[in-house]
Design a protein around this ligand. Structure first.
Ligand SMILES: Cc1cc2nc3c(=O)[nH]c(=O)nc-3n(C[C@H](O)[C@H](O)[C@H](O)COP(=O)(O)OP(=O)(O)OC[C@H]3O[C@@H](n4cnc5c(N)ncnc54)[C@H](O)[C@@H]3O)c2cc1C
Length: 350
């Protein structure tokens, strides 16, 4: 997302720019996403939900997002929903292929984007690198990838080679608990098991490790906790009442039914005794969508060293830039959009 936005803005500002895309298609994880570009309705709520984040960057995204969304609409990006459907947030939902078409100029596919000369890093974080995830997130077992396969930390590595500093929250990530069974990239939204707030959550050893009432609305916290349990897995146990609850227009029973059969575990096959009243069990695996920590940047998206000075000719946008949502969850697409515009505008001035 960020690379396409930065390039489109730079072209608009009269610059000649090349998007170099490592994958076989443009659009990154945005193309696979629900494509809701959002911000918290209240800035104080944003701060409260992501208390470890860089306040200056949070304010930048919060203040610029509405105009940035208008910019997307003006470029012809097709809007699917005028509102997010979540009372905590404001924004719009776009059609992903339509958004790619509205942004994409020439994109060179299948090439590494790290080149000499002025460079906006937009490689989508390091969730696709088992090695970097092991080093920074330190899960109990390798995490499943719920994202494009090419975001493997190239931007982070390049920035570090050039003296960049890292942000706090390098161990945090946004993801979902997914069925512990095979699924493919067409199912990343459809089979997500997004009902931790109604389930009782146990690990492989039968330890109930996360209380329903502590699950955040985005469920990011229970997913991160699952990553640190044996096998980076958990069991969601449900009673009749839980199965009837609704999440985003579906009942929990429908979400359970969407999980592949291998993940729906008969109660007698659980490795521990289920509590009374349990009628269904799903084994889930923590899956990473994108990393939350990353390269340190300022409000112009310039990559910073530890002493606060900027690395010459180097910007980072999207989730290559870290720390914005530390402690919680915020829209990765909003971060990509606003930081990419900021990077492009600063690069065009320099
Ligand atoms: C199923 C799903 C649902 C989601 N729903 C939402 C949602 O509704 N709202 C929201 O805000 N976020 C959502 N997200 C998250 C969102 O998609 C990401 O936060 C966002 O795409 C991050 O933007 P980005 O530009 O940093 O990375 P990406 O969009 O992933 O783009 C990174 C690009 O860099 C390329 N790349 C990597 N390394 C190199 C290299 N060395 N050289 C060249 N190219 C390279 C990759 O191939 C990729 O195309 C969702 C994600 C998924 C998977």
């Amino acid at each position: 997302m960020a690379g396409l936005v930065a390039a489109a803005r730079l072209r608009e500002l009269g610059r000649v720019v090349t998007v170099r895309e490592r994958g076989t298609r443009a659009g990154g994880s945005m193309l696979l996403s629900s494509c809701v570009v959002w911000r918290h309705r209240d800035f104080d709520a944003f701060r409260a939900e992501c208390p470890g984040g860089d306040e200056r960057l949070q304010r930048l995204v919060w203040e610029r997002l509405d105009d940035a969304i208008d910019w997307l609409v003006a470029r012809g990006a097709p809007v699917v929903w005028e509102e997010t459907g979540n009372p905590r947030t404001v924004g719009k939902r776009f059609d992903p292929p339509g958004l790619v078409a509205a942004l994409a100029g020439d994109v060179e596919l299948g090439v590494d984007g790290r080149v000499d000369g002025p460079l906006v890093l937009c490689t989508g974080g390091f969730g696709g690198s088992a090695e970097l995830v092991e080093r920074f997130v330190a899960p109990a077992a390798p995490l499943r990838l719920r994202a494009n396969p090419w975001s493997a930390g190239d931007g982070l590595r390049h920035a570090l080679e050039r003296g960049a500093a890292l942000t706090p929250a390098m161990d945090e990530f946004y993801g979902r608990n997914m069925p512990d069974a095979p699924w493919d990239e067409t199912q990343l939204v459809g089979v997500s098991q997004l009902y931790g707030r109604f389930a009782r959550t146990f690990d492989e050893d039968g330890v109930e490790f996360f209380a329903r009432e502590d699950v955040s609305w985005s469920e990011t916290n229970v997913v991160q906790a699952t990553a640190h349990r044996p096998g980076a897995r958990a069991y969601y146990l449900l009673d009749e009442q839980a199965l009837g609850e609704r999440v985003r227009g579906s009942t929990v029973a429908e979400m359970v039914a969407a999980a592949p059969a291998e993940a729906r575990i008969a109660l007698e096959d659980l490795p521990f005794a289920a509590p009374g009243g349990t009628v269904a069990a799903v084994r889930v695996a923590a899956a990473i969508t994108h990393t939350i920590g990353g390269v340190r940047v300022d409000e112009r998206a310039r990559v910073l060293r530890g002493d606060g000075t900027a690395v010459e000719g180097l910007w980072a946008a999207g989730v290559d830039a870290g720390g914005l949502a530390a402690g919680g969850y915020a829209s990765g697409l909003a971060q990509a959009l606003v930081l990419a515009l900021a990077a492009a505008e600063d690069a065009a001035r320099s």
